[in-house]
Design a protein around this ligand. Sequence first.
Ligand code: DSN
Length: 478
Amino acid sequence: MTDDSVTANAASAAYRNALEIISGVEPGVATAIRAELADQRASLKLIASENYASLAVLLTMGTWLSDKYAEGTIGHRFYAGCRNVDTVEQLAADHAKALFEAPHAYVQPHSGIDANLVAFWAILAQRIEAPALAEAGVRHVNDLAEDDWEQLRRALGDQRALGMSLDAGGHLTHGFRPNISGKMFHQRSYGTDPETELLDYDAVRATAREFRPLVLIAGYSAYPRKINYAKMREIADEVGATLMVDMAHFAGLVAGKVFTGDFDPVPHAHVTTTTTHKSLRGPRGGMVLCQPEFADAVDRGCPMVLGGPLGHIIAAKAVALAEARQPAFQTYAKRVAANALAFAEGLQRRGVRLVTGGTDNHLLLIDVSTYGLTGRQAESALLDAGIVTNRNSIPRDPNGAWYTSGIRIGTPALTSRGFGLDEFDQVADLIVGVLSATTPDGTSKAKYSLPEGVATKTRAVSAELLAAHPLYPALDLG
Ligand code: DSN
């Protein structure tokens, strides 16, 4: 953990004082904050989308920058008195541009979903609205005649998006019906090859040629492989689509130069979206990077799509992005990927079937149907043994999105705690021990039995591993 900038005593005193003040108003909140630290310290956190931010990032979030309204962009706000928010937003954007070598960075989105909404809105604004305004000879939608506005509304609602299917690892916000993006776009999915479970670029190209999407979406939340974005851009160009990449999960691997060249989305995508709290290890939030032609539309994200920017979170993004520009972050990102590889090998050596046969990013997808379990049963049994994961669909999952047949696991969080190849091999052993000992209860897809002895032994071994790699060692809440 990179908490060198804050001394042990100063951080501990800061948090003890803060908790005392909070406790004076609502003790329940102070108690929950203390309990969360204890829980996080005591669990093997394998949720692929979670991490531990540095103390510098955490401390930055608890400030009065939260109290300022700053709708608009740097230097062009709808409120007076925004100079300090301007400062932190400029710092965050500059760090993001330098880190990802991006022409433009918009750091206001509150989450990855918000970042995707801003991106969709900007693509529609730039590709559909702007030409319609030009044709009508006006500068602003408010200046359109009623008939022209109705025609534009119909055109905006008649666009298409093509993204990775949910069971192949795509995300709900990539145009799926239950999500707002599925109401904004006509959507079609590309899946993965039934044999290899890998992305089939020829199949993507064939679907894109036939469907002619306005937006080709690449990126995932549960696909354990890297993607060739140069090829995806070639496909997008061929059909006149805008390439949007959602790198929420693997932004840390891009920042840390694990994914370079054709596998770095930023130079190839027109618009790249991300979260800042997953492998990037910053505060909970989102971000959009884009090519210059989309910058103006992206910058209108707030107030057109988003509520007021969160100055305290943007400041924490600046701190996290500054950390990610340090050489130590590249070492961290390379360890995340190396640990995932060792984890995969450790699991496979013990007979586990991994979707796609392995990993080349930070996450792995275990097919738990080979143990006769649903993802729901496996997730609960592992949690009983102190191992925190989440269930996830696998390609062509017979158990649907609620019960599922998979468990998604990732290495970013435990790598932040200092786990290495040996520790991940031991964790592989613990997981296999729990899955092998768990039995489904009758025909229920949720109920199961796990012998208490297995859970207890697993928790004991985990406790030893965790004690050797303490979380926030500088922090003593007393
Ligand atoms: N919730 C995130 C994840 O776990 O992957 C994606 O939205």
